[in-house]
Design a binder for this molecule. Structure first.
Ligand SMILES: *Cc1c(COP(=O)(O)O)cnc(C)c1O
Length: 484
């Protein structure tokens, strides 16, 4: 046991907060992070030294070493406290709308508009001409109409669009408005669960509507819907299967037939599209996937979809449909609770303007979708040539990128994958090495190889991946030499 007197000797060796604040080694840090944050970090470091002394863990020699590293400890503490938790990374998975990686990257023009709007006052809800209160919906409504008309949809003047927090919110507020206390008919083949615990039956229950299941898992006919209609029915609902497929002996009624039934019974037909493309999916070779315009043209009166899936914009839920239905949703108090702010409107409006200008390449997710296998292959070959270490084996392979985000589950895009294996590390170790980089690089691991898909990598990030691979091989090889 250390004596009390020797302990107090140790305490006396600790500098004061003021002494440390004046230390030249911390001057730059003080300038950058400000006095309160640095003082807090110093207090924390000194307190933990005092705790160690009190616990008898620090001997006289040890404390001199600790004191020598005080500035470093303060700097580390500040980094732990003040560094961002939400950080950018490099998505080399080839999954374009990766929900865990933030879905759609925002277009540069949208970021600029967002910056412009967010730091100032704006006419978010103000009619400048009349000097009166206005409505926030007006900022995007005309653009949705234009885009629908551009896609050949004829009755765009009848269509209104509302923006809420996300598509889950869009489905919730639509069901609650149109069907609370009544029944909603849904096919058993469409009772989906989307990642992040969005389950149609649960959302339905929260909306106050009663789910009326019809048909079977693999086959549902229009006559199934027809037989289930009764005086409590409020709505027919169709749900995009998003993340799964039913193949084999299957049947799903065409939208047109469901629309005819809903019209003859004066019941609205709603479709939760999930992804909701505002461009021709056929340009990607994807058929049998309705976009927003196609669904509305087929007679669906209300569609809901995400802002950050195939649309390529900010997180949002869009509700497009006949203006009389949309007006009812607009006046639901739940809508007030789910509406979005100026940040979302600014980002969304600028993204939609790119659609109006047909400047699809301005939207990163759309640009990535339209990259050819050849372009990706050329970049992958270039990257391969830049990595040279005998411990790494690199090769190119044909593979598939995914749209992700529950968009067209069967749809894949042909790509070129860069496969990496190493003599000295497992694939998991290689992947961890890539993640440890700044910014971190996230790649796929399959069958003992790291697979890098440049489709989702911004071209200016290719060099970062080359650097990372070279460095991982070099440092690990050096470690091995030291230890052997
Ligand atoms: C993705 C998806 C949702 C949820 O959308 P969020 O914008 O993530 O809330 C709901 N329904 C379907 C069919 C989906 O694909």
């Amino acid at each position: 046991m250390m004596s009390l007197s020797s302990r107090s000797q140790l305490y006396r060796k600790l500098p004061s907060i003021d002494e440390l604040m004046r230390s030249p080694a911390l001057a730059a840090l003080l300038e950058r992070e400000g006095q309160p944050a640095v003082a807090d970090a110093i207090r924390f470091v000194l307190a933990s030294l005092r705790d160690q002394i009190a616990a008898g863990n620090l001997e006289t020699e040890a404390i001199d070493i600790e004191l020598g590293g005080l500035e470093h400890a303060v700097r580390r503490r500040l980094r732990d406290c003040l560094s961002f938790s939400l950080r950018p990374l490099v998505n080399a998975t080839g999954v374009i709308l990766h929900t865990n990686l933030g879905r759609a990257p925002i277009a540069a023009a949208a970021l600029e508009h967002l910056r412009h709007i967010a730091g100032q006052y704006s006419n978010l809800e103000f009619d400048i001409d009349r000097g009166q209160r206005g409505e926030r919906e007006v900022h995007v409504e005309r653009l949705f109409r234009r885009i629908l008309a551009d896609q050949g949809f004829r009755a765009e003047e009848k269509i209104s669009t509302l923006v809420v927090n996300n598509n889950a919110a869009a489905v919730l507020v639509a069901l609650n408005t149109l069907a609370e206390g009544g029944e909603v008919i849904v096919s058993r083949g469409e009772l989906v669960e989307i990642g992040g615990s969005f389950r149609i039956p649960d959302v339905m229950a929260k909306s106050g509507a009663v789910l009326r299941e019809v048909g079977t898992t693999n086959r549902t006919r229009v006559s199934d819907y027809e037989r289930a209609i009764n005086e409590k029915t409020r709505l027919l609902l169709r749900v995009h299967r998003s993340n799964f497929q039913i193949t084999g002996f299957t049947e799903q009624p065409p939208r047109e037939e469901l629309a005819a039934l809903s019209q003859s019974r004066s019941l609205p037909l709603m479709e939760d599209l999930g992804s909701g493309a505002l461009f021709e999916l056929r340009t990607l070779g994807i058929r049998d996937e309705p976009g927003v315009a196609e669904s509305l043209a087929a007679g669906v009166e209300l569609v809901t979809y995400s802002g950050d899936k195939l649309l390529g914009g900010p997180q949002a839920g869009l509700i497009s449909g006949h203006h009389s239905l949309v007006a009812r949703i607009r006046s639901n108090p739940l809508f007030r609770a789910l509406r979005v702010d100026k940040l979302t409107y600014a980002t969304l409006e600028a993204t939609l303007l790119a659609y109006v200008k047909r400047d699809f390449d301005a939207i990163p997710a759309l640009r990535m979708m339209h990259l050819s296998e050849r372009e990706i292959g050329d970049r992958a070959q270039h990257l391969l040539n830049r990595v040279s270490h005998p411990a790494l084996q690199l090769s190119l392979h044909r593979g598939e990128s995914l749209l992700g985000g529950g968009a067209a589950p069967s749809a894949t895009l042909a790509t070129r994958l860069l496969a990496v294996t190493s003599e000295i590390h497992s694939a998991d170790e290689l992947a961890a090495g890539l993640r440890a980089f700044a910014p971190p690089i996230i790649a796929r691991v399959e069958e003992g190889r790291v697979l890098i898909d440049l489709r989702t990598v911004f071209p200016e990030q290719d060099e970062h991946i080359a650097l990372a691979l070279n460095q991982i091989a070099r440092t690990r090889a050096a470690d091995d030499k030291l230890s052997s």
